[in-house]
Design a protein around this ligand. Sequence first.
Ligand code: UDP
Length: 380
Amino acid sequence: MHVLSIFGTRPEAIKMAPLVSALAAEPQLRSTLCITGQHREMLAQAMGLFGLKADRDLDVMQPDQTLNQLSARLTTRMDEVLRELRPDCVLVHGDTTTAAACALAAFHLRIPVGHVEAGLRSGDMKAPFPEEMNRRVVDVMSEWMFAPTPAARDALRREHLGGRAWVTGNTVIDALAATLARLDADPALSATVSGRYAWLTPGRRLVLVTGHRRENFGEGFRNICAALRELALRDDVEVVYPVHMNPNVRGVVMQLLHGLPNVHLIEPVGYLDFIWLMRRAHLILTDSGGVQEEAPHLGKPVLVMRDVTERPEAVAAGTAHLVGTAPERILRAARRLLDDADAYAEIGRRGNPYGDGHACRRIVDALCGRPVAEFAPPPL
Ligand code: UDP
């Protein structure tokens, strides 16, 4: 069977990288890779780390392109690639415009679609926008649905979709485990990475921040920055914030946080560095999906700066707190995790509900028609 994997953004590259390697290593499958270039620089960073090379590059990005223009370019270019390569299965990931448009292009050509990270639901069709709609339409079109958790699989069952679903765990934990193993096995590499952060102040606790969601553009990011300004006034913390390339994020963050003491605004970092920073962090503030999934694996608490999440498992386990973007709420939750050592220690003892590092094996087994030993999260 010829499997064509398609992705275009940084998180997709990180989450699909171990799967593309596992597909290539499986004798029953032929694996090819097409990238869309939805995030050009950050995508290249992630692909370089995992040694991935694309067989096709759709190169769809244009300045100030609307979502409809992007979708149109994606489906048109994908149509050409699919007619040329004629794969037996197309694998897309998650909830991006790349995933939705490429799944539609495959569906129109009657090429079966497999959805990696299927079944996530925020329960609100408008938030996150456009991700919630993207993930739903991809599931509707999919024949294979790889749900990371039992809750995601249950959501798919409730919708009575036509495809088959398996609980596989999230492939991001496979990527994270492989990256941690690489850092641990290579002290020189680890020293090189830590050398890049020699400017961190010993004794200050690191608060790591990321943010990129469309739903937080404007007021949301202004509020997040206000909370960070206040938090950075403490003399026992240091904020490190790799600022996303999106101009809607960058403009506000640079305007409100640039030059403040105890706040380090840095360029988005490579995955190795980000894992190193997460490990070094005391606390993580984010609106990112992947970071919410990775943090529990490292025993780190996360404040999720959103009103809804399609990843409720860590909230239920107590490792993630849904705090929205109101500065007072963010600050209250951050202070508790900085000042209450018992509450903090308890979080480190919870397991990871998102995966065990064997998601790719399960997905390959399912594609090859072998029995799948599904992922079972640790009990709450
Ligand atoms: N990440 C990274 N460098 C950074 C910030 C994040 O490599 O500077 C990684 C992070 O570990 C996670 C992924 O990027 O695996 C998350 O990407 P993002 O937050 O852009 O998207 P989302 O997960 O919300 O879809």
